[in-house]
Design a binder for this molecule. Structure first.
Ligand SMILES: [Cu+2]
Length: 417
């Protein structure tokens, strides 16, 4: 056995010890298959029937004399000799080592036979059982967005493949190949990791391999999956407040950055609406103004929890705007409540006192852009297969994404949200 250094911290001595246990078990017990093998030979009509039998080592061969006369079963080279066998006499011998053992009847030397003993029965391939998933208990709703997954591995596991997949594959997940037989995996809560979306069912599964070196994820040695599911918390009681622009204030730019704060530090994925229409109506038949829509990963924005109006679609000058924000819930979750509606006004030419007035929108003034801007974020990153688990380095990056600018409902542009 070579002393190759195993990747990713798999201690070689662990693998070697596992193998030793396997082989030691095999050596100490020839195996029920061999021990229970009994090859019957009938002595009848002055012949051994069948004249030759093949058995694995450790097997018993039994001769029965069905003739009306006496016979013997006598090894040509001496390991066994039945002595005189009367009618219905039985002789048994256990063959413990491989070889060809010829024999004859000492009384009737023309009666000849042979026993061919093969090597030990190969140890059956080990059955690698699926890990048993323990925590969280199946179907449980997590108290927070961080959790520690726990499971039990089957015997001889040397490495683990873990996947955590959101409902309908709707969002980022975890896919890691651990180089040692771990039995737990910690999913950090925000702000350390923003991998789990709210109010969502996650299916997770674990399998192991007994291979003595790191194997590919399509290797034959992987056990069946052990599978379970949990659900992330919903987001009740969220209160969002505008940080900038302040309520009713005026902004000098036509591409302002909308910033908000929330009373929950574990909310990180937001949906923002911005429009001259206080109803944010996106019904193509009845909309009165363009509605900006954005999906924002609040944890990775600059500053966090902000939306920058795209330069391609600046606001109109000297115009009142409304905006609102809510936690983005998707997949199998329920939509969260919108925040209160916030207001600001563009342009600085108007008297400051006018900024606090409620903006008015006339359908005749509505001038949606002729084209629709779509800003597609990079697909959510998931840890690469075969990578050591480093959740902080594999944060799913839900960058600001504007889809559905204009009189359009939300559209998914990359299927990854
Ligand atoms: Cu005989």
């Amino acid at each position: 056995m070579t002393t190759a250094v195993l990747p990713r911290g798999l201690p070689f001595f662990v693998a070697a010890a596992a193998l030793f246990v396997l082989f030691a078990t095999t050596a100490g017990n020839p195996g029920p298959t061999a021990a229970e093998t009994v090859a019957p030979v009938t002595i009848q009509g002055f012949a051994f029937k069948p004249p030759s039998v093949a058995v694995p080592s450790g097997s018993q061969v039994t001769w029965s004399n069905k003739d009306g006369v006496i016979h013997t079963v006598t090894a040509s080279a001496g390991p066994f000799d039945s002595g005189v066998m009367a009618t219905d006499g039985v002789f048994t011998f256990t063959f413990k080592s491989p070889g060809t053992f010829e024999y004859f009847c000492d009384i009737h030397p023309f009666m000849k036979g042979a026993v061919v003993v093969t090597g030990a029965t190969p140890a059956p391939s080990p059955v690698i059982t699926a890990p048993v998933l323990i925590a969280p208990s199946p179907g449980a709703t997590l108290p927070s967005f961080g959790t520690t997954l726990g499971w039990e591995n089957g015997a001889m596991a040397t490495q683990v493949h873990l996947q955590v997949v959101p409902f309908n594959n709707d969002g980022p997940g975890v896919n890691v190949h651990l180089g040692s037989p771990e039995t737990s995996f910690a999913i950090p809560a925000p702000p350390n990791w923003y991998g789990l979306l709210p109010d969502m069912t996650y299916n997770w599964r674990v399998r192991t391999s007994p291979a003595t070196q790191s194997v590919s994820l399509d290797d034959q040695s992987w056990s069946p999956w052990g599978e379970s599911a949990f659900r992330t918390p919903a987001l009740p009681g969220l209160v969002a407040n505008p940080v900038a622009p302040g309520l009713g204030t005026a902004v000098s730019t036509l591409t302002p950055s909308l910033q908000w704060s929330v009373n929950r530090s574990d909310v990180f994925y937001f949906e923002v609406n911005l429009s001259r229409d206080s109803a944010f109506n996106v019904n193509p038949a009845t909309a009165s103004a363009m509605v900006y829509g954005a999906l924002i990963h609040g944890g990775v924005g600059t500053p966090p929890n902000s939306y920058l109006v795209p330069a391609a679609f600046p606001l109109e000058p000297k115009t009142g705007y409304f905006w609102r924000v809510r936690p983005r819930v998707q997949g199998d979750g329920k939509a969260a409540e919108w925040s209160a509606t916030f207001t600001f006004r563009t342009g600085t030419a108007a008297p400051a006192s006018a900024a606090t007035s409620v903006p008015t929108v006339s359908p005749a003034q509505a001038a949606p852009p002729s084209s629709t801007a779509t800003v597609t974020a990079a697909p959510p990153a998931t840890p690469a297969a075969n990578s050591t688990a480093t959740p902080a380095g594999s944060m799913a990056d839900y960058s600001a994404r504007s889809s559905g600018l204009g009189r359009r409902p939300w559209t998914r542009t990359d299927g990854s949200q």
